[in-house]
Design a protein around this ligand. Structure first.
Ligand code: E4P
Length: 220
């Protein structure tokens, strides 16, 4: 499974990238707005740190606006992937961009039908939103499993990015379901390698080691 970071925060990206765990980055207008810096500056800086795909989202709602924006975004760095909303106009834009070899990530996917439409239109990635489905009482993991099956049935090359991940359980279930990628918030990532029993275990070993050495030195 590939890990993307769902953040535009440079410190968060550098921290996880230092562990060799970052295969790409996803952003959206809300994530970029949190950084309080110009969009272009942020995306270019992320692309200079991360080799893998970096998603930057269009704002326009018509296919003409999306395609125009996408061509500009794709010119910022070779690894920019243009994020396009899952609408009829979005699908039209994806179809045009795929013929220009501009990579796309179709976002805000909430059904198998939407995922299949995006893949057929030529999307490089599709982003089903697990957390937002959970919020309305729908099983997001079931959507991942069904999308995986449908893409495999027709040998579609589109990769599934499990998005809107809120907790470790989401990540683990998405991995079990065979999602190609999980995009993980910067605040959640450190929790993936932590466990209270690990910390407790280390403390116990260090304490026993100290006692053992004190005995050897005749202090115990
Ligand atoms: C994905 O690409 C989105 O940026 C993100 O996962 C949305 O997550 P949220 O539902 O927590 O805002």
């Amino acid at each position: 499974m590939k890990f993307f970071l769902d953040t535009a925060n440079i410190e968060e990206i550098k921290r996880v990238n230092a562990l060799g765990l970052v295969d790409g980055v996803t952003t959206n207008p809300s994530i970029i707005a949190k950084e309080g810096r110009p969009f272009e500056e942020v995306i270019k800086e992320i692309c200079s740190i991360v080799d893998g795909p970096v998603s930057a989202e269009v704002i326009g709602l018509t296919s003409e606006e999306m395609v125009k924006e996408a061509r500009v975004l794709a010119g910022w760095a070779p690894n920019v992937v243009v994020k396009i909303p899952m609408t009829e106009e979005g699908l039209k834009a994806v179809h045009i961009l795929s013929k220009e070899n501009i990579q796309t990530n179709v976002t805000l996917i909430f059904s198998v039908a939407q995922g299949l439409m995006a893949a057929k239109a030529g999307a490089t990635f599709i982003s089903p939103f697990l957390g937002r489905l959970d919020d309305i009482g729908v099983d997001g993991i079931d959507l991942i499993k069904r999308l995986k099956l449908v893409l495999a049935n027709y040998e579609l090359k589109t990769e599934i990015i499990s998005a809107s991940i809120r907790h470790i359980g989401h990540l683990e279930a998405a991995a079990e379901a065979g999602a190609h990628i999980a995009t993980i918030p910067g605040s959640l990532f450190p929790k993936l390698w932590s466990h209270p029993l690990t910390d407790k275990g280390i403390q116990g070993f260090l304490k026993d080691w100290e006692v053992f050495n004190q005995r050897l030195e005749g202090k115990g």
